[in-house]
Write a protein of this length. Structure first.
Lengths: 435, 281
């Protein structure tokens, strides 16, 4: 056992863990951060998009030395069927601003940089060390962790669980249930390397401009899921994910979906001739507001993916992770500076702070969406995309059919597929969940 | 007892590639590791320390980022780390490297504690020369024990050490007086994990950084590119073997017999050699 006692132990060195460790170390708390990977970022998988605002609150001048890929100037939403995509693209020169709002990043590089800031702030970062269990006192208060190293028990006033989506530590300690298959998605992604100029030509970019494509439709074969394509400097991140419960039900495999996505006529030309250097898979929390577990207790708080804080509708996760980590760190600092103990009653401050932030407000807004999209996945991911695609093709194809007749045909195809009540029901359900 | 272990930070050769057009090694983004052979040297040194007392100092020469390797060595349980880093050292071949390292070992001996044993790995996985260890040894005027598989005995009072050395066709048991330099063979031990105490102190440790001047290097002209007579004329990637696997149809024969017949058909000389060998028994 280690004699020395820390103010806080942070388990995990992803976005949430780094944010928490940095926040506390900057304020002079004695912080120990423990990461099981070889280096921070070695186990972390994300597309990935970085949201500047949330990082600025932690490292205001991050643009000076953070390893950033491209700043985003364009967002494309694609509704896909087997041979087509119907796109809604938004591109604005406003995003070519002095302090851009979003960037593509490569997590293995970014997390190392982020961790260097944590170290500079004075926290001790231990890698290649796995926390096996939480140590509790006779009253059930968490008082430290037990690692897999010899003499591996370390004590602290509070443990910040930033252990990621699986959350083995928290579930083992019975702080929360294991995530259920309908609350997590399994996503796979590949990194396709291409020369810089090729990427810029294919995606219509210049300099460090970047683009994000988010795609839904028949590519998920009726399951609740999405595909994505992110342009990095010299690589394209491309992936697809669906709910684990849907994979279970259908017997589909993630790599098969990815292969099909890559072969889609709208996607294939973007990555043609590329060299694949990385293949990764990861779980993503998708349960939204209703899946959020208890966020604090005696001697512990949980942040980031482990707390299921992910906005599936907007594909935001790392910013929620960073914010929850920062707020947990701030709450702990406040309690500590009042010289109060890290009891559940005092740590409730973290819950209050996160409830007041965009994190919980956004998740609350979409609380019914995950359920709706899951139950109605056949309609939203198969039927409607096909109908939309047909309708658009009908609209643009010139073949001598009078326009009025074309419109009637389109309407008929919608009614035939979903019936009037079905259409109205879907519209109302969707609007309600969105509201 | 004071042991110095020389380690090198090398690119993880499993992940390295040669640029198809320029034929240069693409180091960008390739993770670095401690030269795997050096880990056997480090573990052997720590075992001697644990048994006979004393300290293990880890030494490396490299860019400032080589600090990562030293910190890792501390995590395994080394007591102290010294990083030899200076732009004068850049571009060194084995001659210039051994010159600089020898100076640093001398300095470690005079400023920290006299050095009894220097350990190195058998060779590195990036250069594969196995020259630096012996080079350092010669310059220090130590006795040299290369390709050592095991330290059998150490007598600190009598200032002697006994080791097993793998050589062609057998094992030599050698005894030498201290101080010695030992180059350690691979597969001889398994590096330990390092306790929580080791890991915590490694994370906190201030790595000592020495410039050429700090290390007491006398002739800067013998360091780095200037002190390196070796010239790399060409780097190339070997062409992958074109031979393909073949499926052997036993056609009624026992499968093993069929396989051997097919192999001998492809390699007639192998059949003769095997007969010669068999006759020997």
């Amino acid at each position: 056992m280690i004699e020395e006692r820390f103010d806080a132990i942070v388990v995990g060195a992803g976005m949430a863990g780094n944010a928490a460790a940095l926040t506390m170390a900057k304020r002079g708390l004695k912080v120990l951060q423990i990461e099981r990977g070889e280096y921070p970022g070695s186990k972390n998988v994300q597309g990935a998009i970085l949201y500047a605002d949330m990082l600025e609150k932690l490292v205001p001048n991050f643009r000076e030395d953070a390893p950033l890929e491209r700043h985003l100037v364009e967002q494309r939403f694609w509704i896909m069927d087997e041979r087509a995509h119907t796109g809604l693209h938004y591109r604005s020169d406003d995003f070519n601003e002095e302090k851009p709002n979003r960037y593509t990043i490569i997590r293995a590089q970014f997390d190392r940089w982020f961790s260097s800031k944590v170290r500079e702030a004075g926290a001790i970062v231990l890698c290649e060390t796995t926390v096996k269990e939480l140590v509790k006192d006779a009253y059930g208060k968490v008082i430290g962790v037990l690692t897999d190293r010899e003499g591996g028990q370390v004590h602290a006033d509070v443990v910040v669980l930033a252990e990621g989506v699986n959350g083995l530590l928290g579930t083992r300690a019975e702080l929360r249930d294991r995530p259920t298959p309908d609350n997590v998605a399994l996503a796979v992604k590949e990194m396709h390397f291409l020369p810089r100029e090729t990427i810029e030509a294919r995606f219509n970019l210049k300099g460090d401009e970047g683009v994000v494509i988010e795609a839904a439709g028949t590519i998920s074969r009726g399951m609740t899921g999405m595909g994505f394509i992110y342009a990095n400097k010299e690589s394209v991140s491309l992936g697809i994910g669906c709910l684990v419960a849907d994979f279970q039900k259908t017997g589909e495999t993630p790599y098969d979906l990815l292969e099909r996505f890559k072969k889609h006529p709208s996607v294939a030309p973007l990555i043609e001739g590329s060299e694949v250097k990385e293949y990764a898979g990861h779980l993503i929390p998708e349960g939204g507001y209703n899946a959020i577990p208890k966020l604090f207790g005696d001697g512990w708080v949980v942040v980031g993916d482990a707390a299921q804080l992910n906005n599936a509708m907007h594909r935001e996760g790392s910013n929620l992770a960073m914010t929850s980590g920062r707020l947990a760190g701030e709450a702990i600092f406040q309690i500590k500076s009042r010289k109060d103990p890290m009891t559940a009653a005092n740590l409730a401050l973290y819950k209050k702070m996160i409830d007041d932030s965009f994190v919980i407000k956004d998740l609350k807004k979409y609380k019914d969406m995950p359920g709706l999209l899951h139950i109605q996945s056949q309609n939203f991911f198969l039927t409607y995309p096909q109908l939309v695609s047909k309708a658009l093709q009908n609209f643009v194809r010139v073949d001598g059919t009078p326009k009025a007749e074309k419109e009637k045909l389109t309407l008929k195809s919608f009614v035939a597929a979903r019936s009037w009540t079905g259409l109205f029901g879907d519209a109302i359900r969707f609007a309600r969940a969105w509201r | 007892m004071h042991i110095v272990v020389c380690i090198k930070q090398v690119p993880d050769s499993a992940q390295i590639r040669v640029h198809p057009v320029t034929n240069t090694i693409m180091r960008q983004g390739v993770p670095t590791i401690i030269n795997p052979y050096d880990l056997f040297a480090l573990e052997e040194a720590m075992r001697l320390r644990d048994k006979f007392g004393g300290e293990v100092t880890v030494l490396t020469m490299g860019p400032p980022s080589a600090e990562d390797s030293l910190r890792k060595a501390l995590t395994f349980g080394a007591d102290r780390a010294v990083l030899l880093t200076d732009r004068f050292f850049a571009g060194a071949d084995t001659l210039a490297t051994s010159y600089a390292l020898a100076a640093a070992v001398r300095k470690i001996g005079s400023s920290i504690a006299p050095v009894d044993i220097v350990f190195t790995g058998k060779q590195t996985i990036d250069g594969d020369t196995a020259q630096v260890g012996p080079g350092v040894c010669k310059r220090l005027g130590f006795l040299q024990l290369t390709y050592v598989s095991k330290v059998v005995n150490l007598d600190l009072q009598g200032r002697s050490i006994e080791v097993e050395r793998r050589s062609e066709g057998g094992v030599q048991v050698l005894r030498s007086t201290l101080p010695v330099l030992i180059t350690m063979l691979e597969g001889t031990n398994e590096v330990r994990r390092g306790s929580m105490v080791n890991a915590l102190s490694a994370a906190r440790a201030e790595i000592v950084k020495w410039s050429a001047q700090d290390a007491g290097v006398e002739d800067i002209g013998k360091c780095g590119l200037r002190g390196s007579p070796t010239v790399v004329k060409r780097v190339f990637a070997p062409t992958p073997r074109a031979e393909k696997a073949a499926l052997v149809d036993p056609a009624g024969r026992p499968p093993a017999d069929a396989l051997i017949e097919e192999i001998f058909k492809l390699r007639p000389k192998l059949e003769d050699d095997m007969f010669q060998l068999a006759r020997g028994f």
